[in-house]
Write a protein that binds this ligand. Structure first.
Ligand SMILES: Cc1ncc(COP(=O)(O)O)c(C=O)c1O
Length: 378
């Protein structure tokens, strides 16, 4: 089955009780038991719910994984996975990792005696240099946010396997449709479902997927006990949103590719960051491990006046945090995703005040280009 067929027919999509074409919302916290001690599939929604399970089957299919768990948010999935570490362990994390992951790792994990090193994951030598005897997990996020740096997934996996280190990849930007870290040997994939998988900017959700039964069982225990489960209503909305994920992403990626090329020609744009542009330092790695550059790009405008004009004049994209919606979303990393860093730290990473990130939606390309042209004065 190809992608769009599989998103509609590749997992149980009908209600087994009634044949309903949409899995119903089993909006219940508890399930009546036939007799004391009866063995039933469902007893309490925090332990399992048919709507949420239908979504987890869909996630497993999407991720080409043996096991998948649905979480209350991307951060719920990520924090549960990071809690697989134990006191005395060491974690390698990308310097540019998503802000919430950075905060969890640097402010919460040390309380449990877990050491964290934040490094440049696009440089395999830097990873090697930071390995310690107690390194137990390497966490990847590629492309990175907001500068779209690329990590060579297969190279990191090979290194990690030599040292029996667990690998985790946040695949939110590409999704399993265009980049499959599990197939490249990564142990656990996490994603913010809030973004492209749901795609309609109306749900917060997360997923973790793995082919390892032991990891799955441990995650299940953590999920149940941290109570990081996805709500029934949200699970139903994601089941619906996911059906059009292939079509949505195809259009968004096409828009991003063309907009990135256009921005490169604009005199008021100093630099464009997009993983498949020929001048991207790791375009070859992106092409090796993913089928395209994704739907998110960043660009640095030439000065503060241009930045203000863009924010003021752009009509179509909404100015907001987040990405992956059907509508284009423009973000200002310095005051949004990277506001928790000092100006100096942002400068070091290349997150300047004149940097903008655009998550391309499914609007008509001509309208997006016309809007950008008038706002940028190009
Ligand atoms: C790459 C990435 N990972 C994880 C998250 C966290 O996801 P959520 O907001 O669903 O908790 C985000 C949110 O922006 C993200 O961009």
């Amino acid at each position: 089955m190809r992608v769009n067929t599989s998103l509609l027919h590749g997992y149980p999509v009908l209600d087994t009780q009634t044949g309903a074409a949409s899995i119903p919302k089993y909006q219940t916290s508890t399930f009546a038991q036939k007799k004391i001690g009866s063995k039933q599939d469902y007893s309490y929604t925090r332990f399992g719910n048919p709507t949420v399970h239908a979504l987890e089957e869909a996630f497993a299919k999407l991720e080409k994984a043996d096991y998948a768990l649905a979480y209350a948010s991307g951060m719920a999935a990520i924090s549960n996975v990071l809690m697989l570490l134990e006191g005395g362990d060491h974690l390698l994390l990308p310097k540019e990792v998503y802000g919430g992951t950075c905060q969890f790792a640097n402010h919460i994990l040390p309380r449990y005696d877990i050491e964290v090193s934040c490094i440049d994951m696009s440089d395999i030598n830097e990873i090697k240099a930071h390995l310690k005897p107690n390194t137990k997990m390497i966490y990847l996020e590629t492309p990175s946010n907001p500068l779209l740096k690329i990590t060579d997934i297969a190279a990191v996996v090979a290194l990690a396997k030599q040292h029996q280190i667990l690998t985790v990849a946040d695949n939110t930007f590409m999704t399993a449709l265009y980049q499959n870290p599990l197939a490249l040997g990564v142990d656990i994939v996490v994603e913010s479902v809030t973004k492209f998988i749901n795609g309609h900017s109306d749900v917060v959700a997360g997923v973790a997927a793995t082919n390892d039964k032991e990891i799955y069982q441990q995650l299940l225990l953590y999920q149940k006990n941290f109570g990081a489960v996805l709500g029934v209503e949200e699970a139903w909305l994601v089941l619906r949103g996911m059906k059009t994920m292939g079509l949505r992403m195809e259009k968004s990626i096409d828009n991003a590719t063309q907009i990135a090329a256009f921005l490169q020609t604009c005199p008021n744009v100093k630099r464009v960051y997009y993983p498949t542009l020929p001048n991207h330092p790791n375009a070859a790695i992106q092409k090796k491990q993913a089928t395209n550059g994704g739907a998110v790009l960043s660009f640095e405008v030439s000065n503060q006046a241009v930045l203000e004009a863009v924010i003021d004049k752009l009509q179509i994209p909404i100015l907001a945090v987040s990405l992956g919606g059907v509508e284009s979303i423009l973000s200002h990393p310095a005051t949004m995703s990277h506001a928790c860093l000092s100006q100096e730290e942002r400068q070091k990473q290349g997150v300047t005040n004149n940097l903008l990130r655009l998550s391309c939606g499914i609007e008509d390309l001509e309208d997006l280009l016309a809007d950008l042209k008038q706002a940028l004065g190009c």
